[in-house]
Design a protein around this ligand. Structure first.
Ligand SMILES: C[S@@+](CC[C@H](N)C(=O)[O-])C[C@H]1O[C@@H](n2cnc3c(N)ncnc32)[C@H](O)[C@@H]1O
Length: 226
């Protein structure tokens, strides 16, 4: 009996140790707030993939910062997003942050990428994070491709060509549901080319906009009022 108990303890200790490898990699990320803690194995796996992407793949990928990723996940889960549209997939980093939320809300991500190499990397990353079944990656020029969208959008995330934000907004605002969000990345560090977008989301009485993470790259959070 004692042997059996010892065996069970050994198995538990070993399995915690194996899980801990990912956690130690996550520990290398310069979180500004206490690091996220997984509540189950699926979440743990996704956070480990995100950590690996941040530590080993981010060069040239123009990814959002980990702290921005947390905000994307938090907002998506809070609004119970069923459909998120992302413009600018890159290698899938921000998309996988959204998927942390979408796997619990029962939602899906439609994401657009013009660059074939980054799109191919993204497909691999979605797969290894175990979220590929909830992601549709559309390869091509989003300005053209988004005109085929017909379904309501809970969150629209803009993170591609900055001068194009206004065109994405004009084309997709009608599909954003009342109570839905439009999130714009780089509202601090690449503000110039998106001034027309900033004006549009701050002067329309049907929208409420707040800018956060202003000390960093910045995110514009716009609510389409009910
Ligand atoms: C800032 S990166 C996106 C980063 C990504 N959201 C993340 O945080 O992981 C911008 C991406 O938008 C893509 N892009 C630029 N113009 C585009 C367009 N017209 N249609 C689709 N993708 C575009 C670029 O190739 C690039 O990979």
């Amino acid at each position: 009996m004692l042997k059996k108990i010892m065996l069970v303890i050994a198995v538990v200790v070993l399995s915690v140790g194996v899980g801990g490898a990912g956690r130690s990699e996550r520990g290398q990320i310069p979180w500004k707030d206490p690091a996220p803690i997984a509540s189950n194995d699926a979440e743990e796996k996704i956070l480990d993939v995100l950590a690996d992407m941040y530590l080993n793949q981010r060069r040239g990928m123009m990814n959002v910062q980990p702290e921005d990723g947390r905000v994307l996940r938090l907002l998506a889960e809070a609004v119970g997003a069923k459909h998120i549209v992302e413009i600018g997939t890159s290698n899938g980093y921000s998309g996988i942050w959204f998927c942390l939320a979408l796997r619990t809300t029962g939602g899906k991500l439609t994401t657009y990428e013009i660059d074939a190499r980054r799109a191919s990397l993204a497909r691999k990353n979605f797969k290894r994070a175990g979220v590929d079944h909830i992601v549709t990656l559309i390869e091509g020029d989003a300005h053209k491709e988004i005109t085929k969208l017909k379904e309501p959008i809970d969150i629209l995330f803009l993170d591609a060509d900055k001068a194009g934000y206004i065109d994405y907004l004009n084309k997709l605002l009608p599909l954003v549901r009342p109570g839905g969000l439009i999130l714009a990345h780089n509202t601090t560090n690449v503000r110039g080319p998106m001034e027309d977008y900033i004006k549009a989301v701050t002067t329309n009485p049907k929208l409420e906009t707040k800018f956060i993470h202003k000390h960093d790259q910045g995110i514009g959070i716009t609510l389409k009022k009910r």
